[in-house]
Design a protein around this ligand. Structure first.
Ligand code: ZN
Length: 203
């Protein structure tokens, strides 16, 4: 059975098809931030693994605070990182009154300001709020199969009842990735994404 599944997945990837996953608003924190928000010695508690190996949804939640609003029960993803990052949709930005630029994950220099509240404290980020650029995680093997390379930009047709073609989608390649496209809720809603959805890489 596993062999059949793997053969089907190979055929799917070879055709340039990739599963689309929708990322809700979330934060990445440093260990120091975790202790400020959740108390001295606190650690992120893994609740559920995410599709990319080693990444997890934690059991902890925070509140995001901007000049115009609050977002309670915002997810915290782990493991901890070297810099805090808050990933928002454009709709979140409008509701919070936060000005976040479109960026690739990790590129937070000069990005938006936002406050994060936890049960034991709060932190104000002068930078860290971004609208994450949509992207595709590919394994090295899949990238070779599709003749794509890290940082390349492609277009992707999301195959739904109301199909949307996204341009300038970033390809990210690592042997440790699982093959997935990541879009935010605004993008998913624009394309009426619901349930299992495939995107087709077009060039
Ligand atoms: Zn991703």
């Amino acid at each position: 059975m596993e062999e059949i599944v793997s053969a089907v997945l190979d055929a799917v990837h070879k055709a340039g098809l990739v599963e689309v996953e929708v990322s809700a608003r979330h934060v990445h924190l440093t260990q120091r931030d975790v202790e400020t928000l959740f108390g001295p010695g606190a650690k992120l508690e893994p609740k559920r693994p995410l599709s990319q190996p080693g990444q997890f949804l934690s059991g902890q939640r925070v509140t995001l605070v901007g000049p115009k609003g609050r977002k309670e029960r915002t997810a915290v993803l782990g493991p901890v990182r070297g810099a805090a990052q808050v990933e928002l949709s454009k709709s979140d930005c409008v509701e919070l009154g936060v000005k976040a630029p479109l960026r690739e994950s990790g590129d937070v220099a000069g990005s938006g300001a936002v406050t994060i509240e936890g049960p034991c404290g709060s932190i104000h980020l002068e930078e860290g709020a971004i609208i994450a650029r949509n992207h595709i995680h590919l394994t090295t093997a899949d990238a070779e199969l599709l003749n794509l390379h890290d940082k390349q930009r492609v277009s992707v047709a999301v195959m739904t009842e109301r199909p949307v073609v996204f341009r300038d989608v970033v390809i990210r390649v690592s042997p440790n990735f699982n093959c997935r496209m990541h879009i935010d809720f605004d993008e998913a809603n624009a394309a009426l994404v619901s349930g299992f959805t495939l995107g087709k890489i077009i060039r």
